[in-house]
Design a protein around this ligand. Structure first.
Ligand SMILES: NC(=O)c1ccc[n+]([C@@H]2O[C@H](COP(=O)([O-])OP(=O)(O)OC[C@H]3O[C@@H](n4cnc5c(N)ncnc54)[C@H](O)[C@@H]3O)[C@@H](O)[C@H]2O)c1
Length: 475
């Protein structure tokens, strides 16, 4: 395969346009999108314009695009979780290599169908486990492979989802309801299982899990709370999750800037919080201030699903009156867990536990690895990253990795572009086996997530060999 790789995009939403699309625009010699399938007209047209895709190669859905014979090297599948399997299977069938967003699919059966199809067609499948490619997690992997920790004995890993992020995605948003998306342990933690699998370097042997939906239920609603926050909620001044507080006053972003060590960010936080009229005025004269006044980044852009992107307070208030993002968090149709723990014993004897929850003060992962020669403690937060190694023999500690807050920190510590690079590398060098593109290895993280879900629901310990064998018999 030659550079630039030609690609078709299925789903020009956030990931499709802001990650893969952005990469292609910045790396024109490596990747070129030559077709797009997207039902939302404004998204489709915007993507087509940016990538100079002719009208004849713009499609309203993956069904239309993939009804054509193969005309590009790769298919990027970036639809929502429940729409991964069918376009992926058809793209593989047509002979495309595929980069598929995580999770592979929302059911175990569909994941298995995809793995079997890859094996049947002999194509390359990449799943977007971007965290493997971050500086933070690749440093940890190197330290393990260098033997600096000795033999790993135990890992404690936490996925701390920040309170407003959880409410946005898992109460009001696309991943709130299992029947419409996927179990949260799959949606959020297939990354973490993938990392654990890589760090331990062994198949999981047994899994058990507990968890439930504890907080976001009608019985916890403030007295008299209506279905939509803007319908006169009596708790508007006290409720953490009052929608205008998050989407109009951008309080989480302000708090984040206030907590930063950066003095400029602190001043900007004060300006946005206490002098918003003045900010409105100066942003008319100095356009750079518009970014702060009319903040468009996560989670705000999710409010816009095809309508004109007007970021004024009035336009956002109109959207919040009917959008699921404007609903009272205690009156949504959510049923996914808001906290879950998973215990794993691997075949090589290592034990690990994973805690996932939606009530963190800060977004990010933290982990502790105890080995026979050293302990590693790592913090992977959007406000900064650090890894400290505590050597048992010398008794000394060493800061082995440090990264300050960057604009990209919110986007998985930049692993996205490294993952795309690695995928392109494996396409060009078909013989080179990358961990990214071994379909059965990719599946392992998903098997762990489905097993954890089953254990939680049935109250049983899952024997992973049996679970895996039964899964491969599915279809
Ligand atoms: N790798 C990661 O770390 C990571 C991070 C966030 C999200 N994701 C995953 O990426 C996927 C996409 O997430 P997103 O936030 O970009 O979602 P999104 O809703 O912004 O984008 C999905 C797009 O697919 C389009 N679509 C719907 N039906 C379609 C059809 N029939 N044909 C073509 N397109 C269609 C939608 O209109 C939408 O624009 C999800 O599965 C999500 O779990 C992965």
């Amino acid at each position: 395969m030659k550079l630039p790789i030609t690609a078709i995009l299925v789903g020009a939403g956030r990931r499709g346009s802001q990650v893969y699309g952005k990469y292609a625009l910045k790396n024109k010699k490596k990747l070129k999108f030559i077709a797009v399938a997207e039902p939302i007209k404004t998204r489709r047209e915007k993507f087509a314009k940016l990538h100079r895709i002719p009208l004849s190669r713009c499609y309203k859905s993956w069904e239309d695009l993939l009804s054509e014979d193969k005309f590009a090297d790769v298919a990027y599948i970036c639809t929502q979780d429940q729409k991964h399997a069918e376009p992926t299977l058809l793209a593989l069938e047509k002979g495309y290599d595929v980069l598929l967003e995580k999770p592979m699919a929302h059911t175990l059966n569909d994941c298995i169908r995809i793995v079997k199809k890859v094996e049947e067609m002999g194509g390359i499948l990449g799943v977007s486990h971007v965290l493997r490619y971050t500086g933070f997690f690749s440093t940890i992997q190197k330290l393990i492979e260098m033997g600096l920790l000795g033999e790993i004995i135990n890992i404690t890993h936490r996925e701390n989802v920040m309170w407003y992020h959880y409410a946005h995605s898992f109460v009001r948003g696309p991943w709130a309801n299992v029947d419409k998306s996927s179990p949260m342990i799959l949606a959020k933690c297939c990354h973490d299982f993938d990392l654990l699998f890589q760090m331990v370097g062994s198949l999981p042997k047994k899994i058990s899990s507990f968890g439930n939906l504890l907080h976001f239920k009608p019985e916890n609603a403030p007295k008299g709370a209506p279905e939509y926050c803007l319908d006169g909620c009596p708790a508007r001044d006290k409720c953490l999750y009052y929608a205008p507080r998050i989407y109009i006053d951008i309080i989480p972003q302000i708090q984040f800037m206030e907590k930063s060590n950066n003095k400029v960010l602190k001043v900007l936080a004060k300006l946005r919080k206490n002098y918003v009229n003045f900010l409105t005025y100066i942003s008319k004269i100095i356009p750079q201030f518009k970014e702060l006044r009319y903040y468009k980044d996560f989670p705000i852009y999710y409010l816009y699903t095809g309508q004109k992107e007007d970021y004024s307070d009035e336009a956002k208030a109109r959207i919040l009156k009917t959008s699921s993002y404007g609903k009272c968090v205690y009156h949504c149709d959510n049923d996914v867990v808001d906290h879950q723990i998973v215990n794993i014993e691997f075949e090589n004897g290592v034990t690990a536990n994973l805690t996932m929850h939606g009530f963190s003060e800060l977004e990010g992962r933290t982990l502790r690895i105890d080995g026979t020669r050293a302990t590693l403690i790592g913090k992977f937060h959007i406000s900064g990253e650090r890894i400290i190694l505590y050597d048992h023999f010398t008794g000394k500690e060493k800061l082995v990795y440090k990264k300050k807050l960057t604009r990209e920190s919110g986007e998985h510590g930049v692993g996205d572009f490294e993952l795309i690079d690695a995928f392109i590398e494996s396409l060009i060098n078909k013989n080179k086996i990358q961990p990214l593109t071994n379909a059965r290895d990719l599946l392992e993280s998903h098997l762990m997530a489905f097993a954890a879900n089953e254990s939680r629901l049935k109250g049983t310990i899952i024997d992973m060999e049996e679970f895996r064998n039964n899964a491969y018999k599915l279809e």
